[in-house]
Design a protein around this ligand. Sequence first.
Ligand code: ACO
Length: 318
Amino acid sequence: MNGLQILGTGRALPAHRVTNDDLAQRVDTNHEWIVARTGIHERRFAQGETLTQLTVQAARQALERAGLTVADIGLCITATVTPDYLTPSQACLIHQELGLPEDCPAFDLSAGCTGFLYAMETAAAMLPRMSRPYALLVGGELLSRIVDMDDRSTCILFGDGAGAAVVKTDPEAPWFCHLGTRGRQEVLWALGPGNHPAYLHMDGQEVFQFALETVPALARQLLDKAGLDKDQVDWYVPHQANHRIVASVAKRLKVPLEKFYENIASYGNTSAGTIPIALDEMVEQGLLKDGQWVMCLGFGAGLTWGGALFRWKSMEER
Ligand code: ACO
């Protein structure tokens, strides 16, 4: 079994903050409703920034924190549903901007908000066959591109942002991962045939129920695989879709909410960006300590879900 170790993280958010009051000037909503139903206070919307700029900024920071250069990278995967171009992939644009080596394959992966988990497990499987032992994993979105700013049921939820991690495989590193898919296009979708403009459509209540059905079960599945008790996990890092979902998952697992890292108040849901952004903030705040058990939990469009349970190794110990 090849485990993944995170060597460095990075993030990049657009400068422009959009508050709930800002949105209330355009649609029939208000700050109190949004906070009570979602936990979101503000989000960032790109104003001129491209996804390439954000993802490259996050990637550069992750490389720097890992103490590596582009010449060390043997694999580049980007999880996104809002790339700058349909083709070439977002990963190829990052490859070009950073000047990654030609024998470093680069490709995008589309698994909605679960994308970063899918990217991690893909890297764990592929890296041992690559010419270099390090992978650059990026998750990021400009969801403001596909959100209908006149639809109050979606425009309040989403934001723009990117996160990145430089990882290596280690056969000694504990790594427990589970990925799931239940193909259901009609629950959450954007840009189907003849669908212009390409707005995101979502059955919010169905997504809510889906999350509560799958995420606690996913967490228990990972604990079983690892032979750990829920209380032995030091940090749960959930996809940031809605504070109420996180609180319900914590309650169902009987885990104190304080063990769940949350930043949805500041950024809203940045889809494939939420988990790497959260990890980078946690590193910066010194929350992740050597030897701690960390469980990342994601769910999203597809429908997809995925989780990874691993032991944190502090950057100094590497
Ligand atoms: N402001 C004020 N009222 C609103 C708003 C708003 N922004 N949006 C909806 N309402 C109204 C509705 O019209 C409805 O009014 P009605 O009772 O007169 O018909 C009422 O509020 C209740 O609407 P519900 O949809 O039942 O509200 P709910 O409590 O379900 O909250 C929400 C909606 C926040 C979207 C919730 O369902 C949710 O968070 N679901 C999960 C969504 C999610 O996580 N999506 C992303 C996951 S996958 C991914 O990340 C891509």
